[in-house]
Design a protein around this ligand. Structure first.
Ligand code: 0CN
Ligand code: SF4
Length: 335
């Protein structure tokens, strides 16, 4: 059907997942309850606007627990930490609040269990990503990192009858399946994880982008450069047939030339991205003639995680509600 108004196809689900919502609320509630400074090990989630906004409110982001003064309070990020980091924090007498997403913790538990049964664990994930460092750290003698299909050739195992693959939660589903296929060609007895390690939010955002991508001239994904799940959405969009695809941190990074001759733009955002940043992109595109916004929903999400237990206990003692607020956005300061 011919249309004179240029359109935005807005992917749903997009933006915050349950683990991000909980982690950000943990920092906000800790700041309210204890007052600043509250230390946070690594970026609480991989979004520079979220980090800048929380820093303005008194969160102090550090890359190692060594940088936290003895006896102070530190929050572990949504991506999880290895037992060595926990031990270091304990040895320095730090009060810890663990905002690791429960779906990351689930993968840690799988690694511990398969290591106990003396399996070789092939962990599919991106070298250097914090989540992978945390998961591998649960069983360093048993875990080998497999960073994509091309890394399969180098993999060797002790006993091909006792091999399992696990993965980072925020990978491309299709690329991971290619890696698994190659691993299984090499090790036919390779076992699957007990349940999907790539989380529901990562999967849902990819499904929505795949639906929209073939219909659009340009796909825009809002998210930070170090956000694995956001970057995967750009790749998924291109694979699924978008004319072009770009990641931006915020509306200010949009280049008008990307939209020359375009009549339909797709828009999504990663799991760590506040909705306000998407709204600003919609506004900017509206000013460039993309006046009609059509939401394309492929799933509904209502999962919500309770706050980290250390914080819940403290809030209850102080007579404050320990229920998660489900804030779903943060009034971020554009940086
Ligand atoms: O962007 P994120 O903070 O992290 P990655 O996609 O880089 O893993 O999103 C939340 C994901 C988690 C854990
Ligand atoms: Fe948890 Fe998935 Fe969100 Fe990561 S992207 S915080 S694993 S729900």
């Amino acid at each position: 059907m011919a249309t004179s108004t240029k359109q935005i196809l807005l992917a749903a689900p997009r933006g915050y997942c349950a683990g991000v919502d909980r982690a950000i609320e943990a920092v906000e509630r800790a700041l309210e309850h204890y007052g600043p400074p509250v230390y946070v090990r690594n970026e609480i989630v991989h979004n520079k606007h979220v980090v800048a906004t929380l820093a303005e409110r008194g969160a102090v982001f550090v890359s190692e627990t060594e940088q936290v003064p003895e006896g102070a309070r530190v929050i572990f990020s949504a991506h999880g930490v290895s037992p060595a980091v926990r031990a270091e924090a304990a040895s320095r007498g730090l009060d810890t609040i663990d905002a690791t997403c429960p779906l990351v913790t689930k993968v840690h538990k799988e690694a511990v269990r398969f290591a106990r049964d003396d399996y070789d664990i092939l962990l599919i994930g991106h070298d250097g990503h914090e989540e992978v460092e945390g998961t591998a750290g649960e069983a360093p003698e048993h875990v080998q990192l497999v960073d994509g299909p091309d890394a399969v050739d180098q993999v060797t195992v002790r006993d091909p009858a006792k091999v399992v693959w696990l993965s980072q939660t925020t990978l491309s589903v299709d690329e991971t399946m290619t890696t698994v296929h190659r691993l299984r060609e090499k090790f036919p007895q390779l076992q699957d994880p007990p349940s999907d390690d790539i989380c529901y939010a990562t999967q849902n955002r990819q499904v929505a982008v795949k639906k929209i991508a073939p219909e659009v001239d340009v796909m825009i994904v809002v998210g930070s450069a170090n956000s694995s799940n956001s970057v995967r959405l750009v790749e998924v969009a291109l694979e699924a047939g978008a004319g072009s695809a770009h990641r931006v941190d915020a509306a200010g990074e949009l280049d008008r030339a990307w939209f020359d001759g375009a009549t339909r733009v797709g828009l999504s955002s990663g799991a760590s991205v506040p909705e306000i940043l998407v709204r600003e992109v919609v506004e900017r595109l509206g000013g460039w003639g993309f006046g009609e916004v059509v939401e394309v929903r492929t799933a509904t999400e209502d999962l919500m995680f309770s706050l980290p237990k250390e914080l819940r206990g403290e809030l209850k003692k102080a007579g404050q509600s320990a229920r998660p607020g489900g804030r779903r956005t943060l009034d971020v300061t554009p940086v």
